[in-house]
Design a protein around this ligand. Structure first.
Ligand code: URA
Length: 190
């Protein structure tokens, strides 16, 4: 496994492990503080992300930023954001299991370089892959699951909250739960 960020990014930008490389404008590696204690993992880049080479820069990203701000988190300061796949699935479909399998070693490298204390999985796709296959996101969001010494928290995907704004209060409540946990176990975030 690659042992530094520069080598990792150089290799990742050249990736052709799956078909998603064919139509990409950019490989969306991730962004934020590489020394953060908290990592967020979404699904995959959409159109805006593909064009800009950064995760969560469309409408869902704007909502994510608002909720982050509400608990004093900032993607440019104290968290890192990545996705299950680093290239855009066509027409924003869900990434296929085989595409996630091709991409997961990149994510594993990011996690091993960062060694986050908390990983937040945004939406069912990353929660099912990283926490447990049969996760019921509508019921289990906001809880913590421990895996290999890392606390994993499923959250509603901000795009799902945009589709059903009645879920905003429960989505925001998860961020309050996250803030409490950060205060409890992290010493460099706030
Ligand atoms: N949705 C995601 O899951 N990831 C992004 O980067 C953008 C939208």
């Amino acid at each position: 496994m690659l042992d530094n960020w520069d080598a990792f990014e150089e290799e990742c930008l050249k990736c052709k492990k799956c078909g998603l490389c064919e139509d990409r404008t950019n490989v969306v590696i991730g962004m934020g503080n590489k020394n953060a204690e908290v990592m967020f993992i979404g699904e995959g880049p959409g159109e805006n992300e593909d064009l800009q080479g950064k995760p969560f820069v469309g409408r869902a990203g704007q909502l994510l930023d608002k909720m982050l701000t509400a608990v004093d988190l900032d993607r440019n300061k104290n968290i890192y954001i990545a996705n299950m796949v680093k290239c855009r699935p066509p027409k924003n479909r869900d990434p296929k299991p085989e595409e996630m399998d091709c991409c997961i070693d990149w994510l594993r490298t990011q996690v091993s370089l960062m060694r986050p204390k908390i990983i937040v999985c945004l939406g069912r796709i990353s929660s099912a892959k990283l926490i447990k296959e049969d996760i019921k996101i509508t019921k289990e969001h906001g809880r913590f699951f421990e895996k290999k010494g890392v606390l994993m928290m499923p959250m509603l995907h901000p795009a799902a909250v945009l589709r059903d704004p009645r879920r905003k209060p429960e989505a925001l409540n998860d961020f309050l739960i996250l803030r409490d946990k950060i205060n409890e176990i992290c010493d460099r975030t706030y």
